[in-house]
Design a protein around this ligand. Sequence first.
Ligand code: GLY
Length: 377
Amino acid sequence: MEKENVLWAEDVLKKVTAKMAQVYERSKDKIPYTTVNGVHDDKSVDDIGWWTNGFWGGIMWLMFNVTGEECYRKTAIENEEKLDKLFLNYRMLDHDNGFKWLPTAVANYKLTKNEESKNRAILAADNLAGRFNSNGEFIRAWNDWDGDDIDRRGWAIIDCMMNLPLLYWASETTNDPRYRQVAVKHANKALKNFVREDGSVKHIVEFDVNTGAEVKNYGGQGYKDGSSWTRGQGWGIYGFALSYRHTGDRNYLKTAEKIADYFISNIPESGLIPVDFIQPADVTWEDSTASAIAACGMLEIASFEECSDPDRYRTYGLKLLKALTDSRVNWNENEDDLLLKCTAAFHDEKHEFSIIYGDFFYIEALCKVAGKGIHMW
Ligand code: GLY
């Protein structure tokens, strides 16, 4: 990384650190998802199974790593412990086990070698591996939902690429290849069935639960079937780059680069990212989370010696990150939200608000540039 960019990221991280010190005092006992009038909500009160409930802990570990302040470590561990309830209810466990336990228990174990954290993360990995459909060679995404009778047994989603590192970590930690075997089979299936010729990725693919044949694909949280949900593109870029990190299989690196090339060719002049790359021209909704995740993925790709063009991916990762920093960060220390204009799904009623994983990946990307990252994925 060029010296001037390291200095830039260090400078921005100082501002983030100053703001987080204030946010921490107000939110240390919560597990936030979003803000209401600038105040964090608390998912630990009534929605402990929510898929984003590991990111606050992850932010705490990043802040601990950057500042060395003990208070962040304490809150990260409290977040991890609050998730223990999920082990008592199988319906609260799904493919998002990675999002919940990688930034909490695995980060803790990597930094402190805490045995309780290892135990939690292995249990989460066992459950994730148990979702594998061995005929179809994919990991089932979600459980059945209350309130509808849609058959989701054959559904897999691109987001799951980010959960595979829990399986790679479990194999690395236990020396048992089964977890990695499941992850590789799923990654290969995703490579074949999710990535289109032009480098864009589908959000949801439904497979036949007995044969694994592709039945249908869905636009999911994007604009429509066949469209190009930007956060999904980000999950694809970062997820395949991480599968390359853990396996050394160059097909995954090439795939991460292919999705990144598609993303790069669609970045608007402003550097700010819409919710879907093919949303109608008169819709201006943005998703800053997509931008932060894609930036992390491009910086990850650029970090590999075998990368075809590290300068290109680093340059565009930085372009995204600088555009966010210049106009999509709330620096007001009296308000809890950091990254602005995040969108969960195109067809939701609400758009462009604060979402905790946006804050997490924005801070993670800054840490990567400043050389202060943690390999929690
Ligand atoms: N993993 C769900 C989402 O990206 O919204």
